[in-house]
Design a protein around this ligand. Sequence first.
Ligand code: CP3
Length: 382
Amino acid sequence: MLPPQPELNKAQLCLNLNGQCGPKDFPQLLNDTFLRAARGEETEHVPVWCMRQAGRYLPEFRESRAGRDFFETCRSPEACCELTLQPLRRFPFDAAIIFSDILVIPQALGMDVQMVQGKGPTFPEPLKEPEDLQRLQAKVDVEKELGYVFRAITLTRHKIEGKVPLIGFTGAPWTLMSYMIEGGGSNTHSKAKRWLYRHPEASHMLLKMLTDVIVEYLLGQVAAGAQALQVFESHAGILGPVEFKEFSLPYLRDIARRVKDKLKEAGQDVPMIVFAKDAHYGLEDLSQSYYEVVGLDWTIDPRSARERTGGKVSLQGNMDPCALYSPKERISDIVKKMVEGFGTRGYIANLGHGLYPDMDPENVGAFVEAVHQHSKQMNKRS
Ligand code: CP3
């Protein structure tokens, strides 16, 4: 007689295409190089993907997005799936990142966010004073408000046919808080930082609210099929080391710890990446924050990043995106130095930030090829 089957845990289930719960029946993963590198295991070549690989530098992306509101696109699982897959049709990337945006969370909390052409994300009514926190939803129904992202992930996991793993993501609490107060992009972030200095308690209250939603959101993404998670603390560099330790790091840690604990209960584990842009001072702390991978911007030297993180984590990054304006041979040389600096083990090649709209897709292809080629050669020699 067969032993009794363990009951399937909720986290091992996923939403299938008609929105019902069913066991995962995703196509088998054919290239796990990215996942193995994230865990520090040996790989035949260094895996590579690019932040904003689904973006305006691709003519097919511009065509698909044409005439459609940005957040309306984000709410269409079919559109998100198509945009996520576009770069994979051109380049042999080793991972895909779901097309979405970090600002879907402030929307889920009840804030209006619009993508204004030529200006970027805009909040018509940003938070001004601590009393404004009352305008936010006290308890967010994550499935109801963000289920469209989960459906996009599930659909994409099917359509990607196991070619590469699919990365889910979120903005980190401080970065989201700064958008919610600034109301859009800013050079100084002085409105948001004013809160940290003038209203530290309300700031912590907001950061905690965001953390709670983010934890549920990331768990929902994994249940829907995300195979890795990246947390974007894009505005870390606007903080100094003291403020980073008080207003960013504890929440980044809390997110990883809570997500990992919950997944463990369900017998699951997905690698998590933290990308705290320009937070040089926080590198040691970030490498001891429960994330398997620390993402780096281009201002950090690969060798010193390895030394400072003491081999405790895998590293991801960090070519200056502007190096893609170089001629192709030069890109190959820059990539070679970068891969030599990081070493081929426990390393995921990427840019130090996202691709820009005026970049030549051919040079992105040259970047991907150079990573594969140089790392294969280095592995052969060792
Ligand atoms: O390919 C991928 O990387 C996945 C998709 C993705 C987008 N945004 C799509 C997008 C991801 C991971 C993000 C994250 C995001 N969004 C961040 C964190 C990463 C970072 O850049 O530091 C931030 C800060 C945002 C907020 C945001 N959304 C900005 C600043 C902009 C640019 C506005 C502009 O006009 O350039 C966006 C819009 C956005 N998000 C685009 C894309 C492809 C471009 C606009 C469009 O397609 O119309």
